[in-house]
Design a protein around this ligand. Sequence first.
Ligand code: 1PR
Length: 553
Amino acid sequence: MPTVHLLDYVAGNVRSLVNAIERVGYSVEWVRSPEEVANADKLILPGVGHFGHCLSQLASAGYMAPIRAHIESGKPFMGICVGLQALFEGSSEDPNCPGLGVLPGKLDRFDDTSKSVPHIGWNDASCPTNPNLFGLNPDSKYYYVHSYKMPYTKGQLESQGWAVATGVYGGETFIGAIAKGNVMATQFHPEKSGVAGLRVIRAFLDGSGAAALASHPPQEVPNAGDDALVSKEGLTRRVIACLDVRTNDQGDLVVTKGDQYDVREKSDDRNVRNLGKPVEMARKYYEQGADEVTFLNITSFRDCPVADLPMLEILRLTSKTVFVPLTVGGGIRDTVDTDGTKVSALEIATMYFQSGADKVSIGSDAVIAAEEYYASGKTLFGNTAIEQISKAYGNQAVVVSVDPKRVYVPKPDATRHHTVKTSYPGPKGEEYCWYACTIKGGRETRDLDVVELTQAVEAMGCGEILLNCIDKDGTNSGFDLELIRQVKAAVRIPVIASSGAGNPGHFEEVFRETTTDAALGAGMFHRGEYTVQQVKEELKARGLVVRQFEGDL
Ligand code: 1PR
């Protein structure tokens, strides 16, 4: 197998990248010291998380000069995500930390006053001068996750011989990919962008991308007045499949699903409902077009997750064939292993990332952390799981899974909590409710509302909210739009609507009626009532932009 060298310098999920490289027929050799850079013919610089964190690690380990030398020698180089950002002069994410300076310009943060930041999801990488730049396809979508972007100024980099692909998010045009000569870099994650992304990796590795660019260099600097050259807003509606995983009474790991957090059959034997095998089902949903797959280990509060090797194995196996983002939740907290050793939440998260997860989802521990945050007068000590994991892996890697329950009140001042006026009054005709956070899979209700929780975890560095709703879970009656609106108004990070999806129309409804960033379904997919593809077809038919699964490499 031909090889590619991958720079191993920073914590992050490189397993997906290795899987993607192997999928297109190459094997990986690691560069583990600056001296080894010279051994590389093709070199990939992956990157995730904080610009300053990545760049200062590269600099202190002595990598900057060897990387520049590799690029100057004309040997193939590819940067991914922060690996693209590193090529520029710097970033406002850490103004004191210089980049490689191969390209002019500095990155800045997306404006979050009118849209969610980070920018998470599937968007364009459209290059008018070279539409098929390094395997790109104008009709394909690519998976992005970033808060900082290189703003695009028409003609600026093109005049220096660069081919530039762009995307648009909330009216801001940013650089999605760039290439010139031996250098190619993507802001999106090709290893997480399904077959469309694998094509980009292949075009880099087999040299076809560089050859095509050499024969058609971007000759024309786009005319600054030509609107046709500007790509349009392209973020798709994200549809997520969620698998609640647990051991059944026979000891097998199964995907299960009940209603209102009860996953046992209603029959006398009360067995755990077995809806299928996790790895196979994840693959099925990927092939139906799921934009992400989430695994929740729902027994974690009773079992020790460190010993929970099957969940790690599920991720390892799934990430070999499923090239979209994988989230794992359940049991991410400081804990004590069965042999008495202390294991931090960060160490558990690291095990999951190394096994192929892209994000971890924290439930109960986030509620406890939020309570302590308010009790200490909103002080951040840096010791919560959210702060530690987001510092090491970036905010985008930390999801907080919220399990709220409605509490009805007759009027807003009947509680100190944030209420909503509801169109679905309570049992005594109460016209208001607040949403109480729960822990331990809904078993324990706390005196903390969803607005308090989500604002606290946003301050701690959480990058996304997975918003369940116990009242709606498994009911097939549609999402709780009132809950989603309340949380969307409270935070600037993306929110995933969850619980209650029963048919494709419910997805259309939640995207139309709220500003949710993504929507998640579980039971309706597991029971075979609808496929992810049917949801996407419905959304498309109703004029909403979705990503289609691309089958052939
Ligand atoms: O508290 O950090 O250990 O995390 C535990 C995680 O497991 C939390 O994310 C919690 O939501 C989840 N969980 C715990 N117990 C259950 C249970 O069902 N008994 N499942 C559980 C939560 C909610 C979603 C579900 C949606 C959509 N399930 O996973 O997929 O409600 O369902 P639907 O589309 O069928 O309505 P920690």
